[in-house]
Ligand binder design. Structure first.
Ligand code: C5P
Length: 209
């Protein structure tokens, strides 16, 4: 049987990660957070004190990325996320990581991949494509509450500015910019709970089964 693939794209803090994990559990699929692979490259460069603009070194780091060995805790920091969005503009880095992501999607019984270019570039033939979004204000509010809940400190205005800058960089780059695939289902979660978003996504997936 051919693997069943669900592509989930959307901007930073849209809730696509949580949604993707739940979909994977629900449908018995494997899950890959492709943002972590760009974060791993950024983290390798930062740790070695190398420039994020150094495409050759970034490609080396991309070749070393092993999905099984990625540590979400180490890679989840704001600094690494910012750096990831800067290394992700290098086309040669994208080529290496996209190939690995496609290999992951090819394994039975299939997978949920989340990122920025899954429906448009990585898995253009995915069985289901979701584009998950919410207004920048809603996304900043969610991230702000999450940081406070974990006992951290943050300022709403600074988070909003970060999100808007990241959106501009991810949507404005030349190679594989963030945009909905023509055949994607738009899921605007601005006024939705996580549960409501999950149920709406399941209804879309069930149509394609
Ligand atoms: O989703 P996350 O915040 O972990 O992604 C970090 C950065 O990696 C994004 O801002 C984006 O620039 C890049 N990325 C990408 N393509 C993907 C996933 C992430 O360019 N498929």
């Amino acid at each position: 049987t051919t693997p069943f693939v669900i592509a989930v794209d959307g901007p930073a803090a849209s809730g696509k990660g949580t949604l993707s994990r739940r979909l994977a559990t629900q449908y018995g699929l494997r899950h890959l957070d492709t943002g972590l692979s760009y974060r791993a490259v950024a983290h390798a460069l930062l740790s070695a004190d190398l420039s994020l603009e150094d495409e050759a070194q970034a490609v080396e780091a991309a070749r070393e990325v092993d999905f099984a060995g990625l540590d979400p805790l180490v890679l989840s920091t704001h600094e690494v996320g910012e750096a990831a969005s800067r290394v992700s503009v290098h086309p040669a880095v994208r080529r290496v990581l996209v190939e690995k992501q496609r290999d992951f999607a090819r394994v039975a019984p299939g997978a949920v991949l989340d990122g920025r270019d899954i429906g448009t570039v990585v898995c253009p033939d995915a069985d289901v494509k979701l584009y998950v979004t919410a207004s920048p204000q809603v996304r900043a509010g969610r991230r702000h509450r999450e940081i406070l809940r974990l006992g951290g400190q943050a300022e709403y205005g600074a988070i909003l500015a970060d999100i808007e800058r990241r959106d501009a960089r991810d949507m404005g780059r030349a190679d594989s910019p963030l945009r909905p695939a023509a055949d994607s289902h738009l899921l605007d979660t601005s006024g939705m709970s996580i549960e409501a978003a999950f149920l709406a996504a399941c209804a879309i997936v069930d149509e394609a089964l």
